[in-house]
Ligand binder design. Sequence first.
Ligand code: R5P
Length: 327
Amino acid sequence: MQGTNTKTTETAKTQGVTEESSCDSRALRLKADIGDTGKGGTFMKLISCNANRPLSEAIADHLDCPLTDAEVKNFSDNEIFVRINENVRGEDVFVIQSTSRPANDNLMELLICIDALRRASAARITAVIPYFGYARQDRKTDGRTPISAKLVANLISASGTDRVLTMDLHAGQIQGFFDIPTDNMIALPVMVDDIQRRMGSEKLMVVSPDVGGVVRARSFAKRIGADLAIVDKRRPEAGKSEVMNIIGDVEGRKCILVDDICDSGGTLCNAAAALKEKGATAVSAYITHGVLSNNAVGRIEKSVMDELVICNTILPSEADQKSKKLR
Ligand code: R5P
């Protein structure tokens, strides 16, 4: 168990850190990087809620730092209960939880877990939210509508979180909804690496599936030395999208659609159809968050899109994992 049987090494002493017997030198280096929390803690604890346990396990494995023993479960009336089964007093704690579907249950798990840690005197609590749900409600779209992304940010701060670590926020400015430090990591380097390994020498065209994604797509295109095209998308109503125009010449080109979210799949499927109509030879899509609601994968299977590559911020269902077009 971490936090027990602590010994101090010579190297560690000079860096002002201690070595837990269960962690190897990689973890020790990380510990030195993180340093003292300034509140009495010296290293990190990782806690997983239930939204995406395989991702938490992969993170723990990568860091050589075991997940802290914690119960995050439901009472029979569906209320959530959390118990941290290890001492976290003075510790630097990272709670891993995407607020993906079921968004409200997953959000409550995160809030209650943070409350439990705060009351157990953790020194610093970082909410690691690989997928930040509610992000698309980041402004009033009409009279008498909420800004739910701001409300969720307030709830996370109020629960006692010191810091937020998230990934590819739907809009970068959501960082400003938090009055605590917020880091917004990007998946772009991992995607670029994958594209370069698999399609290195091909003449590619990066495509933004809507005007809102142009900044992301442009930096993507720059990184892989490709041209940029833009889909002029219109949303007649929530959950439905139509392609009006394609800006850029995609004839004879292999296209890569890049976006933060694939929800119903409508945006990507429609864009892929329009690109092929304009002469694209192949269409792949690289997406950070596979929300994949409403039979999105069925829609993608039937579409002309050749492949959809998604990061693991959200755990896909077993059925979705079987899709040949999903990677
Ligand atoms: C919208 O601005 C987002 O970046 C995505 O394009 C959108 O959420 C995808 O939704 P759907 O898959 O339902 O078309």
